[in-house]
Design a protein around this ligand. Structure first.
Ligand code: B12
Length: 296
């Protein structure tokens, strides 16, 4: 039994109530260890289902997962319990980027959706979206790409990881207001393009620093991008392509003829000199261009 299998992609379901046996199984510790932790560190279940049986709430389970992660990283159980349950994180050692990469890869490989979500939240909180992307997520994604090249079919791992990255970026972005007055930056993938994460992380990084951004998703039909651009009149429109197979030059020309400021984004566009539009191929460059256009 695992919390993901029981509760779906996001770990413990809202309002869940967990028996000690299930929690022990989920954490991979014995029920005795769980009872010992409860007795020694006061990290026992906080719910009672019928007045007699004690149950762990979703929040209890998440804290125990965090406590266990801290123990795995070398912290003593007592300190890990204090950090996870009292929110006093002074003693929590900083986690290295290599360690985060390793833990994310392990969680993705094991299809541990709940752990993936928690680790991604932790990574985004610690580093912010831009550094989380370049220092942690890009290396993990490139490792996956390398596996494909070696003939190692890893669809499930890739699906689990990328789906959870999208969700974590949405959770992160939801903390920031994204409705300042004025025109927004529009982010769209080309009509055949499914590699959307770079645009998703760009949106999160923009929203964090107060740049109003609208992200349209992967594989956006050309007519939809045109119609939304016509309605929103974006300050600049980024059109993303990951590989030469997905670029859409006719869409670029149509957007230009309609008078929009376009920047093509991503490695798919190849030689930028061929097109009379701006080209960006990294997150920092895209953020700079958006800020410049907003100031202009
Ligand atoms: C995740 C992934 C997927 C996911 C995407 C999920 C999602 N929501 O994004 C899914 C499963 C959908 C997928 C599908 C496919 N994929 Co894929 N995928 C990847 C993977 C593992 C990571 C992609 C990614 O996000 N990369 C972003 C970073 C990590 O890439 P990067 O190259 O380091 O970054 C460069 C630039 O993008 C830029 N950059 C980085 N970050 C940012 C941010 C911004 C804002 C900007 C502007 C630039 C920028 O800097 C780098 C230097 O150039 C790559 C492997 C890889 N190395 O990238 C394969 C990869 C891109 N996929 C590939 C392929 C072939 C496919 C499929 C055709 C497979 C198939 N047969 O179905 C389909 C195509 C779908 C389509 N029509 O678009 C190939 C592309 C080869 C090529 N160049 O043509 C790769 C390289 C794998 C491989 N090694 O063969 N894929």
């Amino acid at each position: 039994m695992d919390v993901d299998a029981v509760s779906g992609r996001d770990g413990p379901r809202a309002g869940g109530s967990w028996t000690p046996g299930k929690v022990a199984e989920l954490l991979g510790v014995s029920p005795v260890t769980l009872r010992t932790w409860a007795a020694r560190y006061g990290v026992g279940p906080t719910l009672r289902d019928d007045g007699r049986h004690r149950r762990y709430s979703d929040a209890d389970v998440r804290r125990l997962q965090y406590m266990q992660r801290l123990i795995d990283r070398g912290m003593r159980a007592r300190e890990a319990a204090a950090a996870a349950f009292s929110g006093v994180e002074d003693a929590v050692p900083e986690v290295s980027v290599d360690r985060l990469i390793e833990e994310l890869e392990r969680a993705a490989e094991g299809l541990e959706f709940g752990s993936l979500a928690a680790l991604l939240d932790e990574t985004l909180d610690a580093l912010g979206p831009a550094a989380a992307w370049t220092e942690v997520l890009v290396p993990v994604l490139r490792h996956l790409g390398g596996r494909w090249l070696r003939g190692d079919v890893c669809f499930e791992t890739e699906w689990a990881l990328t789906g959870e990255i999208s969700l974590a970026l949405q959770r992160y972005s939801a903390r920031f207001a994204n409705t300042p007055p004025g025109r927004a930056v529009l982010l769209a993938c080309c009509p055949e393009e499914r590699h959307s994460l770079p645009m998703e992380v760009l949106r999160a990084a923009m929203v964090e620093v107060g740049i109003p951004a609208v992200y349209l998703g992967q594989m956006v039909p050309a007519e939809t991008t045109l119609a939304i651009a016509a309605k929103l009149d974006p300050v600049v429109l980024f059109l993303w392509s990951m590989s030469a197979d997905t670029i859409d030059d006719s869409l670029v020309q149509r957007l230009r003829r309609s008078g929009f400021d376009i920047a093509v984004a991503g490695p798919g566009w190849g030689d930028p000199a061929e097109r009379e539009v701006a080209w960006v191929n990294d997150l920092a460059g895209a953020l700079d261009l958006a800020s410049e256009r907003l100031k202009a």
